[in-house]
Ligand binder design. Structure first.
Ligand SMILES: [Zn+2]
Length: 83
């Protein structure tokens, strides 16, 4: 849980994004440990946001339980992906 300078060679044109909200990381990022995984965030508050999202994910239905998945299996008019 600390600010880390984003160091890159001058010719590196790649861009880095916040692991929590997707904003661009510029000059520095907030680094924190999320269950053993090192996360890079654009602001300190994103660490709390990450924790809230984890709580939300734990209560959200899995992809095999949502209405779109069920409709794909049971609704004959539901658009099917071409092979
Ligand atoms: Zn962010």
């Amino acid at each position: 849980m600390s600010w880390v300078e984003l160091r890159k060679p001058w010719h590196d044109t790649s861009v880095d994004y916040c692991d929590v909200c997707g904003n661009l990381l510029i000059h520095e990022y907030w680094e924190f440990n999320a269950g053993g995984e090192i996360m890079r965030a654009c602001r300190e508050d994103d660490e709390q946001l990450w924790a809230r999202l984890e709580t939300f994910r734990a209560t959200y239905p899995s992809t095999t339980e949502n209405s779109i998945y069920r409709a794909r299996l049971t609704d004959t008019k539901f658009p099917q992906a071409k092979e």
